[in-house]
Design a protein around this ligand. Structure first.
Ligand SMILES: *Cc1c(COP(=O)(O)O)cnc(C)c1O
Length: 383
C-alpha cells in the first residue's frame, strides 16, 4: 500500500484539500531511518542534520519526532533555523554550520546554540565574545581536510591545538566534512579520514565528527564520536551503487485535472517540444515546477526521456515540458477508463524513489527534496 492510500483510508488527501498537489511526509519512517543510522554508527553517537527546513520536510515536526526518539544533537545552517529549533526543543545541543556571521556572536548565547567555527577570524571573534561574556555554551571547530569550502586549514589546526587545550576556547567538538563519501572507492575518503584522525590526536579529550550520511557507510574508521547524517534520514540512498538500505519517507501526488486525446503528429506543451508518435491519451496533472518538479525532467523529442508518474498502478512517462503548474503524462498504454478526472498521480513515492526522480532531472535527490512541495497540501504521518 502506498502512503497516500494508507492516508486516504481515513481522510483522503485529494478530496480534503484545495491544492493540486499533496505531500505526505512519514515521520515514522524518518525516525526508523535515524535508528538505522544510529545503530550502524555505534558506539559513536548519532546527530541529525535538519538544515534547510529539514531538507524541505519541515524543521519542527522532524526535529520533534527525532528528539522524542532520543536524538540529542542537531545541525542547522544558520541562526534563524537554530532559533526555530530552540523554540521547539529545550534541551538539544544545536550546532550552526554557517558559523559566526559578520554581525557577531551574540545570537549564539541568546539562542543557546553553538557556532561551527570555520575560520581563524571567526575563532578570534568567538574568543573575544567568550572572554567578555563568560559564555560557556561551547562551539565546534571545523577543520578542512580536502573539501576546500569552509574550515581552518590542517596547519592552522595543528598550530592551534596546544592553545585549545590550555585556554579551551569552549571547543566542544572537532569536525571535518567528506567531499565524496558516496563514492566508496574515491581516494579522497581515505586521505581525509587519515588526516582527520591525525589532527584529532592533537585535540585529546575533544569529541570528533566526520561522517555525513554516506560517511556512516564507509566503515568504523569514518565514525569517530558523532555521526551527522542528513540526506539518508529523508530516504536518499547514501550508497548509490547498492540498494537503498533506508525507508522511503515522502509521497508526492498530484490531481488529474483532465484526460484528453491527441492525434498522431500533434505536439504537446510549450515549445511544441514533444510530438505524439501515435494517437495518444494524456493525463494533465496539477503539479509543475512551482511545486519542485524540475523543468529539466521534461520529455522532449530530442532530449532525454524525462520523468514519469505512477497512475492506476502503472508507470507512465511525461509528455512535453513541465510547466509551472502542470505536467502532462502519457497514459496511452493504460486500459481505457482506468484513469479519470480527479484521480491522483504519484510523482515521488515508494515505487518512484527520490533518487530516480533526481536522475531523470539530471540532478541529485538533495536538490529535489529541498525544492519540493512548497504549495502542496502537507500531511504528516506520525506527528
Ligand atoms: C549538510 C551537511 C551534512 C549532512 O550531509 P548529508 O550528505 O545530507 O548526510 C553533514 N555535515 C555538513 C558540514 C553538512 O554541510
Amino acid at each position: 500500500m502506498t502512503l497516500a492510500e494508507m492516508t486516504s483510508a481515513s481522510t483522503s488527501p485529494a478530496v480534503g484539500s484545495e491544492t493540486g498537489g499533496t505531500l505526505v511526509i512519514d515521520l515514522e519512517a524518518i525516525e526508523a531511518n535515524w535508528r538505522t543510522l544510529a545503530s550502524l554508527a555505534l558506539p559513536a553517537q548519532c546527530a541529525a542534520v535538519v538544515k534547510a527546513d529539514a531538507y524541505g520536510m519541515g524543521l519542527e515536526p522532524v526535529a520533534s519526532r527525532l528528539a522524542a526518539a532520543g536524538c540529542h544533537t542537531f545541525f542547522v545552517a544558520d541562526i534563524a533555523e537554530a532559533r526555530r529549533l530552540r523554540a521547539r526543543i529545550n534541551d538539544a545541543t544545536i550546532y550552526v554550520l554557517n558559523g559566526i556571521m559578520a554581525e557577531g556572536a551574540a545570537p549564539f548565547a541568546e539562542v543557546n546554540a553553538r557556532p561551527v567555527i570555520n575560520s581563524m577570524t571567526e575563532l578570534a571573534e568567538w574568543d573575544a565574545f567568550v572572554a567578555a561574556q563568560k559564555w560557556q555554551g561551547g562551539a565546534a571547530l571545523h577543520v578542512d581536510t580536502g573539501m576546500n569550502r569552509l574550515g581552518i586549514t590542517a596547519e592552522e589546526a595543528a598550530a592551534l591545538a596546544p592553545r585549545v587545550k590550555i585556554e579551551n576556547h569552549g571547543v566542544a567538538l572537532l569536525i571535518s566534512h567528506l567531499a565524496c563519501a558516496e563514492l566508496t572507492d574515491h581516494p579522497l575518503n581515505a586521505g581525509q579520514i587519515r588526516l582527520f584522525r591525525d589532527l584529532r590526536m592533537l585535540y585529546a579529550g575533544v569529541p570528533a565528527s566526520l561522517a555525513n550520511s554516506s560517511g556512516v557507510f564507509l566503515g568504523s574508521a569514518a565514525h569517530f564520536d558523532l555521526a551527522r547524517p542528513g540526506a539518508a534520514l529523508y530516504g536518499i540512498n547514501p550508497t548509490p551503487s547498492r540498494p537503498n538500505p533506508l525507508r522511503s519517507v515522502l509521497e508526492l501526488t498530484g490531481r488529474i485535472l483532465q484526460v484528453r486525446n491527441v492525434d498522431q503528429g500533434e505536439t504537446v506543451g510549450y515549445d511544441a517540444a514533444w510530438t505524439a508518435k501515435r494517437p495518444s491519451r494524456l493525463a494533465v496533472v496539477a503539479l509543475g515546477y512551482a511545486d519542485g518538479l524540475l523543468r529539466s525532467a521534461s520529455a522532449t523529442d530530442r532530449g532525454r526521456g524525462g520523468g514519469a508518474a505512477i497512475i492506476a498502478g502503472k508507470r507512465c512517462p511525461f509528455a512535453g515540458r513541465v510547466s509551472m503548474d502542470l505536467v502532462c503524462i502519457d497514459v496511452t498504454d493504460l486500459p481505457q477508463g482506468s484513469v479519470r478526472r480527479g484521480d491522483s498521480a504519484t510523482l515521488i513515492g515508494e515505487r518512484i524513489p527520490i533518487d530516480e526522480v533526481a536522475a531523470s532531472a539530471g540532478t541529485i535527490g538533495y536538490e529535489i527534496l529541498t525544492g519540493i512541495g512548497r504549495r502542496c497540501h502537507r500531511i504528516y504521518r506520525g506527528a
